[in-house]
Design a protein around this ligand. Structure first.
Ligand code: NOJ
Length: 776
């Protein structure tokens, strides 16, 4: 049923375009004086005047789809105080219209909170979050999300359902594209950066949004990579791997949390008091509010956890979900709205329990300044959206997110003045696709303004280079994505005759060109929500196209547009240059051209371990050594058919220049428990052009009350070095980096032990030192 609603929603979203810019007149009265005392007292005062129905109304959040719902369908409920928040409205005129009813015509005049999935941009689309993590540049993430926040805020949205900070170690899981990959340390730095970008120092200040970390917790560990499936995660793994990015977001001041859809160790996350009360509130001191994922409260019945919808409401609320997100019209929707009042009357839920949740929602509304400034100024939308700086930053972000996986014989960068590359064939189903350059969760941008690879290359090389395009093959999901219609239906699949003709056309174009840029990968709806798959193969006949074109003996550059690691084992052995561009956003085609032609130097690094084949999944660098070391003589592999090592290691990424790491120093090679030491290394650009390197620090605790991973990232810094420049990078290693959560101790421990340290360009770095930690 949920899927059906998403489809309806998709249909209506097709009509979404530039927001209506009409101005409306507002009352200038503030509902509660700006001079009122502290927020606590204002909340107390308001709570004391609310009926139980009005309280329950504040805990009710509804989707509103402009194109298939009429405003009149929700206005009576807004007027009656039965809705506290709405999501998916991006038209400022509707936002103001609904807000006016809430703050001028409802009894208590409590403003509505408008939310939306601002994931990697709003009007300007930035690279998908997995790509942004590949930049290893938290300040870039912060800047990009500040732009996204300002564009969304311009239409009256005050709250984003981002960042997704789920650790993902299974590329079959479609939502790997929405997060920062496999590593808790990188994930934590990214999580904090996203929160700072959205919220700034204060989420109420102009251009900012309230952030929402999601999906708490363990969603990335869905069995088999199947979206929404159960996760079974031992406590040590929860604390050491899955929780840290959430904790980092809390420490960065995130204002809200979304509970996840799936079961965690047999208890649905949305009814999970261990997660929502013990960890989130008691251990971490989270002060914001918790929203359920869409219909996740009602679906506690579907999980076989709650008896019925009323029991689901009871379980959700008592577990710690403050606000229920609901689709309109689903049988499982509105569990709170339909049951909480009765549960209070029956005595199963106390008024105190309701007040606790309502208080958090009201606090957020006060803190956001909604009582003072409930409306959005529609006259400013266009100016904010058309700020050219936003596109400039999107281009830089895309350049910095791309990962050069391979560049044999320095095929890249291409030289547009070189007569040997005066004709370029740009081939592949994604080479000229405006839709796919953007990635999932791109709903309200102007798709026509996105720049494709073909367009970017043409603009780059000018008329002296002949650039021709052929799709070669078409690709499609086997079953349709519920989101596909959001972007407009895909053209019908090619007929067999057309398939043959297009394939031949591409091969003959390749044959007559000096260089071939093959743009392969995935449609935007092939990753994201409800976009998991059983393999990581290149969809359709793309591998066949690659093999056939490679057989021509011409230089081939493979550019990947995708949301997850794909099986590119054949390409890795047979294609000279491979650039991972991910879904790079509105400026993607320009940024790809910048990299291919050397106007930007690649410096991104993989935030995931890249498997050779789906059969290796899960594969991640921070695994334990167990039993036989992997490199022992006559025991070189955990498998007998393929190596157990990945195709590309975590942290991998090449440049057009070369770097050397040397002089690894540990300021104090022996420290007492709790003390810190400084690790420093010299990084030198040994090539002939400027470029970026990411210095990465890994540690390994040799022994203790638990086996520890072979390596764990504990520091990184992306630096730009001119040709020949050398710089020292410093990291602090202290208690927080040397501590881990132990199942044996049932808590955090730091132990006296020997540690190996490595610093280098990826997770296989060999420059090593040691650190001894001794008892006090
Ligand atoms: C479902 C998704 O799981 C979640 O990430 C998203 O924020 C909500 N729907 C709202 O669109």
């Amino acid at each position: 049923m949920r899927v059906k609603v998403v489809v309806c929603f998709a249909l209506v979203m097709v009509l979404f375009d530039v927001p209506v810019l009409a101005r409306m007149s507002f009352s200038t009265n503030t509902v509660i004086s700006t001079n009122s005392p502290s927020i606590d007292r204002r909340v107390d005062e308001l709570l004391s005047r609310m009926t139980i129905e009005e309280k329950v109304g504040q805990l009710n959040q509804l989707f509103f789809f402009k194109q298939f719902m009429k405003p009149e369908m929700v206005e009576p409920d807004i007027r009656a105080g039965k809705v506290g928040s709405l999501l998916f409205i991006t038209d400022p005129a509707i936002i103001n219209r609904f807000q006016k009813i809430a703050v001028e015509n409802s009894r208590l005049k409590i403003p509505l909170l408008f939310g939306f999935d601002v994931i990697h941009g709003f009007r300007t689309i930035f690279p998908v979050p997995l790509a942004m993590a590949s930049s290893w540049d938290p300040s870039l993430v912060e800047q990009a999300q500040a732009v996204a926040a300002s564009e969304a805020r311009a239409v009256g949205i005050r709250w984003t359902f981002a960042p997704m900070v789920d650790i993902a170690r299974d590329p079959r899981w479609g939502r790997i594209v929405e997060g920062a990959g496999e590593d808790p340390f990188l994930g934590s730095r990214m999580a904090a950066a996203h929160v700072r970008g959205f919220q700034g120092a204060d989420a109420s200040s102009p251009g900012r949004l309230l952030a929402c970390m999601k999906h708490f917790a363990g969603y990335g560990s869905a069995s088999g990579g199947r979206d929404y499936d159960s996760a079974y995660i031992a406590d040590a793994e929860l604390y050491n791997v899955y929780f840290p990015p959430f904790k980092a977001a809390v420490d960065a001041g995130v204002g809200s949390t979304m509970s996840a859809y799936m079961d965690l160790n047999d208890v649905p996350a949305t009814g999970n008091a261990f997660l929502l009360r013990d960890v989130l509130r008691k251990e971490w001191g989270f002060k914001g509010f918790v929203v359920s994922d869409a219909d996740a409260v009602g679906n506690l019945v579907t999980h076989g956890f709650a008896e019925d919808k009323s029991d689901a409401a009871y379980r959700g609320l008592t577990a710690g979900v403050d606000l229920e997100m609901s689709f309109p019209g689903n049988p499982v929707s509105n569990a709170y709205a339909t049951s909480l009042t009765k549960l209070v009357q029956e005595g199963r839920v106390t008024t105190g329990q309701i007040d606790e949740a309502v208080r958090r929602i009201l606090e957020a509304k006060f803190k956001l300044g909604l009582f003072e400034n409930p409306y959005v100024d529609e006259s400013r939308v266009a100016t904010i959206h058309n700020n050219p700086e936003h596109r400039r930053l999107a281009r830089v972000a895309a350049q910095r997110s791309m990962v050069l996986l391979r560049n044999e014989g320095n095929l890249l960068p291409l030289d547009k003045r070189d007569p040997k590359v005066s004709s370029v064939a740009v081939i592949g189903p994604l080479a000229d696709s405006k839709r796919d350059i953007r990635g999932s969760w791109s709903f309200v941008d102007d798709v026509n303004s996105a720049v494709t690879v073909v367009e970017g290359i043409r603009a780059k090389v000018g008329p002296q280079v002949k650039v021709e395009y052929a799709a070669g093959v078409d690709i499609a999901r086997v079953n349709q994505s519920p989101f596909v219609i959001l972007q407009g239906a895909r053209p019908a699949a090619w007929s067999e005759t057309q398939k043959q003709a297009e394939f031949e056309k591409a091969v003959s174009l390749a044959r007559s060109s000096d260089v071939i840029i093959l743009v392969l990968g995935e449609h935007e709806e092939m990753s994201g929500e409800a976009a998991s798959q059983s393999t990581i193969d290149l969809p359709g006949r793309q591998l066949e196209l690659l093999k056939t074109i490679s057989g021509l003996g011409k230089p081939v550059v493979l550019v990947l547009i995708n949301g997850r690691p794909l099986d590119i084992s054949w390409a890795t052995s047979n294609t000279s240059a491979i650039l991972e561009a991910w879904h790079p956003g509105s400026e993607g085609g320009n940024a790809i051209a910048d990299i291919l032609y050397g106007d930007a130097t690649p410096g991104g690094k993989l935030p995931v371990t890249w498997p050779r084949t789906a059969g290796q999944i899960p594969i991640y660098y921070a695994h334990n050594i167990t039993q036989e070391p992997e490199n022992k003589k006559n025991f070189t592999s955990r498998y007998w058919d393929i190596p157990s090592s990945p195709l590309y290691p975590f942290g991998h990424g090449l440049s057009y220049t070369t770097f050397n790491f040397s002089n690894l120093r540990v300021s104090k090679p022996e420290v007492k428990l709790g003390e810190s030491t400084e690790v420093s290394v010299d990084v030198e650009n040994t090539g002939r052009r400027a470029g970026d390197e990411v210095a990465q620090l890994y540690i390994h605790q040799r022994y203790g009350i638990a086996s520890r991973p072979v390596r764990e990232l504990k520091g990184f810094e992306r630096i730009t070095l001119a040709a020949g420049e050398k710089r020292t990078v410093r990291f602090t290693l202290g208690k927080s980096e040397l501590t881990y959560w132990s199942a044996a101790a049932k808590g955090w421990v730091q132990e006296p032990a020997m540690f190996d340290l490595w610093v280098g360009a990826d997770s296989t770095a060999m420059l090593a030192a040691t650190l001894r930690v001794v008892a006090r």
